[in-house]
Write a protein that binds this ligand. Structure first.
Ligand code: MG
Length: 402
């Protein structure tokens, strides 16, 4: 990573922050006011609440690209979230943004992801079409706002506005209208704070790079094929030439390390230049801009996108990945139908919630309770429920060894 300019480092959250960084003291606060903590800042408390949530623990058995049963060395949503947090914190610190907030958003950003990755999300969205669909970002917010049952005084985690704003990365205008203040920016076409913008880009950088690693590990990608991608080639080929006897694992790691460093360094430099050009005096001035300030330079964006396209073509749409994900989608759809027909097949608190919501808003209420239950499942729990309710012998086929 490029060295940050040698300005004084903030030692505590709040101190040493740039004027355009989020600051809890002047922030929009929590829905239910709470007394401040003796030594923990508000965004630090949010980060801690996310880490202690049930949703966060379940990320360990949720898929990123590979189904969770495939091997122990692939990324899961948990390790992905930690990698996003690492990049986001690095960038936040370099730009004098609020590191605690960036970390809280990063750790929470995928909480609402259903089992089986994006395939699971698409299946659940299809099941929920008649009742408003399913979006994982919205579900992450729903989890921290309503579903986590950990406090006596309120439902959810009562996170600060700025954390919730960062979690809601995308949102349809239809959904934004019913979300109140946190949905407003999608209607006004405004930006979130810089910490949220940092996490958005850190998310992409993290998965682009770790999917190269997992893709190589799985054997679905090869170094030879990846050399068609300029970003990979310019880090990998010189290393190969300089270290012909090095282990394959070390060469791959050094290549990916170089790729992450190049893109993140560009992100810091480009964003710092954008900030200097616009000179926002506050987070509200950042929000009012028509485009995000956190960005990559045109050349790096092109390189980063070329890698993304390569992964789409050769990894996410690989025959074996598609086979697994279509099987996973069938399972989720069948489970959805099972619980819709027999809500009592869910654990009692979910069955009760289905009943209650149905009495309030009809079938849509029952469907939302079923979707919430399914979205909370890990890959392996979804498979075990499928075996219990539909087919006792179901599996994904051959286990792959990492
Ligand atoms: Mg993510």
């Amino acid at each position: 990573m490029k060295k940050a300019r040698s300005r004084r480092r903030p030692t505590t959250a709040g101190a040493g922050l740039a004027p355009f960084a989020a600051c809890a003291e002047s922030g929009r606060g929590r829905q239910y006011p709470e007394p401040t903590h003796a030594w923990r800042g508000e965004f630090q408390r949010d980060r801690d609440r996310v880490i202690h949530s049930g949703g966060f623990r379940r990320l360990v058995y949720k898929t990123q690209v590979f189904i969770n049963h495939e091997g122990d060395l692939y990324r899961t949503r948990l390790t992905h979230s930690l990698e996003v947090a690492q990049i986001a914190r690095t960038v936040a610190r370099a730009l004098h943004l609020n590191e605690d907030l960036a970390e809280a958003i990063a750790l929470a950003h995928d909480l609402g992801h259903p089992p089986f990755g994006h395939a699971g999300e698409a299946a659940l969205d299809e099941c929920m079409k008649p009742w408003g669909g399913f979006e994982h970002n919205l579900q992450s917010l729903r989890l921290v706002d309503e579903l986590e049952d950990r406090y006596l005084a309120f439902a959810g985690l009562n996170l600060c506005f700025e954390t919730r704003e960062g979690i809601l990365k995308h949102c349809s205008r239809r959904n934004a209208r019913r979300l109140g203040a946190v949905g407003e920016r999608f209607l006004l076409r405004q930006q979130p704070g810089l910490e949220a913008q940092v996490v958005n880009l850190a998310d992409e950088i993290a998965y682009n790079n770790h999917d190269v690693d997992d893709g190589l590990r799985s054997g679905l990608l090869s170094e030879q094929a990846l050399e068609a991608v300029p970003l990979f080639r310019r880090h990998h080929v010189p290393l190969l030439d300089a270290h012909p006897a090095a282990s394959r694992r070390a060469l791959i790691h050094e290549t990916i390390r170089g790729m992450i460093n190049e893109v993140v360094s560009d992100m810091v430099a480009t964003t710092a230049a954008n900030i200097a050009a616009h000179a926002p005096a506050s987070i509200d001035e950042v929000r009012a801009l028509t485009a995000p300030l956190v960005a990559l330079s045109p050349a790096t964006r092109t390189a980063h996108r070329a890698l993304k396209r390569f992964l789409h073509r050769h990894l996410y749409r690989h025959e074996r990945v598609l086979h697994l994900t279509s099987r996973a989608q069938e399972m989720l759809k069948e489970l959805f139908a099972c619980y819709m027909n027999s809500p009592e097949a869910m654990p009692v608190e979910h069955a009760m919630r289905a009943l209650l919501q149905e009495s309030e808003c009809g079938e849509a209420g029952r469907a939302r309770a079923v979707a919430d239950y399914l979205a909370g499942m890990t890959d392996r729990y979804a498979l075990s429920e499928y075996r219990r309710l539909v087919d006792a012998t179901a599996d994904f086929g051959q286990q792959q060894h990492a």
